[in-house]
Design a protein around this ligand. Structure first.
Ligand code: HEM
Ligand SMILES: *[C@@H]1O[C@H](CO)[C@@H](O)[C@H](O)[C@H]1NC(C)=O
Ligand SMILES: *[C@@H]1O[C@H](CO)[C@@H](O)[C@H](O)[C@H]1NC(C)=O
Ligand SMILES: *[C@@H]1O[C@H](CO)[C@@H](O)[C@H](O)[C@H]1NC(C)=O
Ligand SMILES: *[C@@H]1O[C@H](CO)[C@@H](O)[C@H](O)[C@H]1NC(C)=O
Ligand SMILES: *[C@@H]1O[C@H](CO)[C@@H](O)[C@H](O)[C@H]1NC(C)=O
Ligand SMILES: CC(=O)N[C@H]1CO[C@H](CO)[C@@H](O)[C@@H]1O
Length: 509
């Protein structure tokens, strides 16, 4: 009896296993044929893979880690992109990744076939700090966030320069003026943008420029939370095994800090309603983002999430741009002199929004900074369905490329901004003049703020802030000298900034 049973169950198991294996093979074959048919239909040709070791791609993985370590990851990526004619495949552990620097492909990902791609892989990493909002969700949820936020970045709110000026005074107070003492502007820019962002979003600045470095509570917690996001992001699929208690604590501090302003906003907006009905001619008050959100939803969690999302998207980016720009300005005295000459048109007055927009050379410098050092240098999307990129396949790299569902497609803005076929043989040089007289009118080959439906909502805000700080610096300081003997080096965290900070000496006018 016993023997009969054993035989019977063994037979059953073997049979079950066989069915499983066969169905697995069958689905694989089915998928392969389906893919091949789809690829043929669209005239796709395979891309070149850059790995020598074709199974797990360990050779490339090793090089990437090493380049990160040597702080020349982006520089190396340019050579690589050029060598592989700007579109190629990469095997990384069990994933197939497609990397591209081709404007036509990027336009397809971000605009033409926008719906074929998502950022689902981002949510997992960002959610503990951000919750779910505009920056880390997809599909309908993202569209709702975008509609909630978008209308409130109009000219009127961006054009209010008084809070930028208040902070400039705090900022100037921290800069030694003898022309000899070295100051690192980079941490000051990070404090400046933290103060301006919290003022704009919460209605009250955290005042980090006025504090001693030892009590930058919120800023430090936020800083640590971002670092932890970066570590988790770089672990890929293994990130769920990563536990960082200090980061959890910092996330809690940041969110509770924001929550207190959300309570206040909801309260203010409620009491406003009572007043409003009596006084329809309510005079225009200072613009506060959290109040604007509270007028449109009373869900506290939603407001908190959106505030954290916009803070993350807007703060480090703007500070990084300032530190990259000033690193290069300090290395190019002639450019600084030309900027100073341009702002003399203000005759020492504070600029208005219109006057700021009229400073042409300033705009050239900002464009050039974002070209050479795009603050978001690398980005990616995940294919949500089988789809096609227009170029990069085949021997001539000109055929369409098949992108199966689930593939990560990475695009390299840094390398694209340095392509000599778009920007000429001096593409590696900082030369704002190349933008003068509208000579360059790039489209998808220039992408500091992304493009398509997910284009940066804070672009005008950021350019106004950076333009304002630069103009005021140019009015205030005659000389701006670099105290850094070396060239600019990359520091690649969530954003791209100068590894050695922005060390300068300044002398007042
Ligand atoms: C120099 C400064 C800035 C740069 C270079 C920059 C760049 C970018 C880029 C490249 C994206 C696209 C990210 C992606 O989809 O993967 C983005 C999105 C975004 N940016 Fe900016 N940004 C800057 C400043 C700001 C500021 C100041 C704000 C807000 C006050 C802001 C708010 C946002 C938001 C909310 C998104 C998400 C939009 C969406 O996904 O629909 N950004 N930004
Ligand atoms: C890139 O294109 C050029 C010119 O079309 C060709 O000579 C070269 O072999 C290509 N490189 C690769 C890696 O295929
Ligand atoms: C900052 O520190 C100095 C001495 O280190 C102290 O005199 C000053 O009161 C502190 N300021 C604040 C705002 O804590
Ligand atoms: C934020 O983190 C960076 C990178 O870890 C560190 O260098 C910097 O000093 C930190 N800034 C503050 C204000 O804590
Ligand atoms: C800066 O770049 C933008 C975006 O490509 C372009 O439209 C604008 O004309 C440029 N500004 C100048 C002064 O060249
Ligand atoms: C960074 O700045 C310090 C201080 O000015 C300088 O001694 C050092 O050489 C710089 N490092 C690089 C790589 O330029
Ligand atoms: C100040 C301001 O422009 N607020 C706007 C925010 O968005 C909503 C919805 O479009 C508008 O009604 C507000 O006027």
């Amino acid at each position: 009896m016993q023997v009969y049973w054993d035989l019977h169950s063994t037979r059953f198991l073997v049979l079950a296993a066989a069915v499983l294996v066969i169905s697995f093979i069958f689905t694989r074959i089915h998928r392969f044929l389906k893919h091949r048919q789809f690829a043929r239909l669209h005239g796709c040709e395979p891309v070149t893979y850059c790995n020598y070791e074709p199974f797990l791609g360990l050779d490339r993985l090793y090089h990437f880690i090493r380049n990160r370590w040597d702080h020349n990851y982006l520089e190396t990526s340019c050579k690589f992109q050029r060598h592989f004619n700007y579109t190629f495949g990469l095997k990384e552990l069990l994933n197939n990744i497609i990397l591209t620097t081709e404007p036509e492909n990027i336009k397809t990902i971000l605009s033409i076939n926008f719906k074929h791609y998502g950022i689902g892989h981002r949510l997992e990493v960002f959610e503990p700090l951000l919750g779910r909002g505009i920056f880390d969700t997809d599909g309908d949820q993202w569209a709702i966030s975008r509609a909630l936020i978008r209308p409130n970045f109009t000219r009127d709110q961006v054009a209010d320069l008084t809070s930028f000026e208040d902070l400039i005074q705090d900022f100037f107070a921290l800069i030694p003026r003898d022309g000899q003492t070295m100051v690192d502007l980079q941490p000051l820019f990070f404090r400046y943008t933290m103060d301006s962002a919290t003022e704009f979003l919460f209605g009250q600045s955290v005042g980090s420029l006025r504090m001693n470095e030892s009590d930058l509570g919120f800023s430090q917690a936020f800083n640590y939370s971002l670092q932890s996001i970066m570590v988790r992001g770089s672990l890929g699929p293994f990130n769920r095994f990563y536990r960082d208690r200090k980061a959890e604590e910092c996330n809690r501090i940041c969110r509770e800090f924001a929550q207190q302003f959300v309570e206040e906003a909801i309260h203010t907006v409620r009491s406003e309603k009572d007043v409003d009905s009596k006084d329809p001619e309510r005079k225009r008050q200072k613009y506060i983002f959290s109040h604007e959100l509270a007028r449109r939803t009373s869900e506290k969690r939603r407001i908190t999430d959106e505030l954290m999302n916009v803070l993350l998207a807007g703060r480090d980016t703007t500070a990084s741009m300032l530190s990259n720009l000033f690193f290069m300005l300090a290395k190019h005295p002639a450019v600084w002199a030309k900027l100073r000459k341009e702002v003399t048109s203000l005759e020492g007055r504070l600029p208005t929004y219109e006057e700021l927009r009229g400073l042409k050379y300033l705009k050239c410098c900002m464009n050039e900074s974002l070209r050479l050092h795009p603050v978001v240098p690398l980005n990616d999307r995940e294919a949500l369905q089988d789809t096609v990129l227009p170029v990069g396949g085949g021997k001539d790299h000109l055929s369409p490329v098949f992108i199966p569902k689930g593939t990560i497609v990475g695009y390299n803005v840094y390398a694209m901004h340095r392509r000599t076929d778009f920007y000429g043989p001096d593409a590696e040089e900082f030369r704002p003049e190349r933008w003068e007289d509208g000579r360059l009118q790039p489209r998808w080959e220039y992408l500091p703020f992304n493009g398509g439906p997910r284009i940066c909502v804070g672009q005008q805000y950021a350019l106004t802030e950076v333009g304002y700080v630069t103009t005021r610096m140019a009015q205030e300081f005659e000389t701006l000298e670099s105290c850094d003997p070396g060239p600019w080096e990359e520091s690649l965290t969530l954003t791209l900034c100068s590894r050695n900070g922005t060390k300068v000496c300044v002398r007042p006018a």
